[in-house]
Design a protein around this ligand. Structure first.
Ligand SMILES: CC(=O)SCCNC(=O)CCNC(=O)[C@H](O)C(C)(C)COP(=O)(O)OP(=O)(O)OC[C@H]1O[C@@H](n2cnc3c(N)ncnc32)[C@H](O)[C@@H]1OP(=O)(O)O
Ligand SMILES: CC(C)C(=O)C(=O)O
Ligand SMILES: [Mg+2]
Length: 566
């Protein structure tokens, strides 16, 4: 790339010459690609591999109780094909498959998948584990990419072709007379395998296992290690989809990992390119940077109006179970499920979200549908947090980046107060001072403390209203009030056009002038102890300021606001 005056970046000094482009590592077949024009209109078959690929990547693999809990979770939210382990790898994996076989944990419409390398003893052990299970996919894999052939298997193509054929035949022999068993083959690191060789070994399995409508064969094409931009994987998948034999009787599956952080993109583009089945893990656990995240994939579809066919309506419960089983956390920014993903701290975002909620409520009313059913269009929130069981209350949080909108939102949702616009701006300055000083987030309680200190009656007031009554008389309202100051307690009677004006006159007689500019009364929603709030804007030497009164009655709230101003 030529350098430009607007781009002053220089060489990093890192030894980038040690690496090669994916295009120099694997031939990518030329295709007349169709995937960029396609759309995803239905969910693929999701196959969680947490209990195998996810589990093999854990420092502490799941114990039987964790495996069981994870399995039950996956069944309960709607997965129908679940990879449950690598039974020849460990006694724990073997025993878990036996538990499934000997219990009623596998519903009639769920198929379990067991994973095996292409070695006779391990294949036989795998079949031993599934005795008694009615619906099973036996998933066999071998490395096929040149580096793996060379470094790991030390086998040429011919040798490997023969190894695969022999192992495929072993699988077939062990599965004979078991009509509920289907077969899956994975050429490991498909994305770094020469396309002609990948097709050759896959087609050999399709033929050997006799793919047919009653017993389709699953061909799973893993991006075991991501090495290229997702469009390259999509091309590879489309090429395979168009060149696999008996395509109608093949279920084309993908298994992206996430080494470049583009596992989700790889899976989505692969589905555009013809993949019908996606293997991955919940929240993206798995080897190194993980397997593709099935939660993000499903909810990405949901956000486009496509039913993910998996129930994520309580994403926090799913999150908690997965974190418990894996003993690995989920990042605060993780799409759809992280702690912060439905939260805005920044002022303009909060303002937009608050207005968006209001607009949503109005539109739902106009359409005559509940808000939970109305079309979702709220700025900055791709989906309604409520749909995945998250609270609106957590949507807006306040720190030094926040503006009046977010603060007003919290005052309404947490404390029931609809602050007038002028008061919002003034209170935001109070909060800003606090957040600038402390550098911390302000929770609802602190917000209330700041608000009370700034606007409600002083707990040790100079003038206190210890008792009052109002009587309506022909010339207005007669206020009888007992006022207490530091020095004396006196009772007065003043008639004016209203109780508020009467109290203002009374205070003036005590040398405390309050000039009211604006007075706004608000009834507070049911369920709160106080039912009325009065917001009072009054004149000061330097402009205007606000005070607030809150009480069970409107008159009491207004009198309190006047006293707070005084
Ligand atoms: C991309 C993936 O995720 S693949 C799945 C990886 N998962 C795991 O490895 C977890 C479970 N694995 C295990 O517990 C063990 O590796 C076992 C039980 C399967 C095998 O253990 P061991 O017999 O001790 O073999 P080990 O793990 O040391 O080495 C692997 C051997 O299998 C060979 N091999 C690797 N993959 C395959 C395969 N798909 N099919 C046949 N042989 C294979 C290797 O070349 C190596 O052979 P060598 O010993 O002749 O050099
Ligand atoms: C599907 C298997 C072989 C796998 O986990 C991978 O290649 O990543
Ligand atoms: Mg994998």
């Amino acid at each position: 790339m030529t350098s430009h005056h607007w781009n002053p970046q220089g060489p990093s000094g890192m030894p980038h010459h040690r690496y090669r482009s994916a295009f120099d590592r694997v031939p990518v077949a030329e295709i007349d690609r169709e995937w960029p024009r396609n759309r995803i209109t239905q969910a693929p078959l999701w196959v969680p591999v947490d209990l195998r690929d996810g589990n093999q990547a854990l420092a502490e693999p799941m114990d039987p109780a964790r495996k069981r809990r994870f399995f039950e979770l996956m069944v309960s939210i709607g997965y129908k094909e679940i990879e449950v382990g690598y039974p020849s790898a460990s006694q724990t994996d073997f025993d878990f498959v036996r538990l499934l076989a000997e219990s009623r944990l596998v519903p009639e419409d769920v198929t379990v998948v067991v994973f095996t390398p292409a070695r006779r003893d391990l294949i036989e052990r795998t079949f031993e584990s599934i005795a008694g299970l009615d619906r099973v996919v036996v998933h066999m894999y071998t490395p096929t990419a040149p580096l793996w052939r060379d470094a790991v298997l030390r086998a040429e193509r011919d040798e490997l072709r023969e190894l695969i054929r022999r192992a495929g035949a072993d699988v077939l022999r062990c599965g004979a007379d078991r009509p509920g068993i289907r077969y899956e083959f994975s050429p490991e690191v498909f994305n770094l395998t020469e396309p002609d060789f990948a097709l050759e070994v896959c087609n050999a399995m399709i033929d050997l296992w006799d793919a047919c409508p009653e017993r389709p064969v699953i061909i799973n094409l893993p991006a075991t290690v991501e090495v290229a931009t997702p469009n390259v994987y999509a091309d590879q998948i489309e090429h395979a989809s168009k060149n696999l034999d008996r395509r109608e009787d093949v279920i084309l599956s993908v298994h992206p990992h996430n080494d470049r952080g583009t596992g989700v993109a790889c899976a989505e583009l692969a589905v555009l390119a013809g993949a019908q089945r996606v293997e991955g893990c919940l929240f993206g656990n798995g080897e190194r940077t993980g397997n593709v995240d099935l939660v993000t994939l499903a909810l990405n579809l949901y956000s486009q109006g496509v039913d993910p066919m998996i129930d994520f309506s309580d994403v926090d419960a799913i999150h908690d179970t997965v974190v418990h089983c894996n003993r690995i956390g989920v990042h605060e920014r993780h799409p759809y499920a992280g702690e912060y993903v439905y939260t805005a701290f920044s002022g303009t975002h909060q303002d937009a979200i608050r207005k968006g909620f209001q607009r949503h409520a109005v539109r739902a009313k106009e359409a005559g549908v509940p808000e939970s059913q109305a079309r979702w269009e709220v700025p900055y929130l791709p989906i309604d947090p409520h749909d995945v069981g998250r609270d609106y209350e957590a949507v807006i949080r306040v720190n030094s980046q926040s503006g009046k909108g977010g603060i007003a939102y919290l005052m309404r949702t947490e404390h029931g107060l609809e602050l007038p616009r002028g008061l919002q701006a003034e209170f935001a300055r109070v909060v800003q001072r606090h957040t600038d000083e402390t550098g911390t987030e302000v929770d609802a309680d602190t917000l209330w403390k700041l608000f009370s200190a700034a606007y409600l009656e002083d707990p040790e007031p100079a003038v206190e209203l210890v008792g009052w009554s109002v009587e309506h008389v022909p010339s207005g309202d007669r206020l009888t009030a007992t006022l207490r100051t530091k020095d004396e307690t006196t009772t007065h009677e003043v008639t004016a056009e209203g109780a508020v004006s009467a109290l203002v006159l009374m205070l003036a007689q005590h040398g405390r002038e309050v000039e009211i500019v604006n007075l706004i009364q608000q009834s507070i929603e049911p369920g709160r102890s106080a039912r009325a709030a009065t917001y009072l804007e009054y004149r000061t030497n330097s402009g205007t300021a606000w005070s607030v009164g809150i009480d069970v009655s409107t008159t009491a709230a207004s009198l309190r606001a006047v006293l707070a101003a005084a």
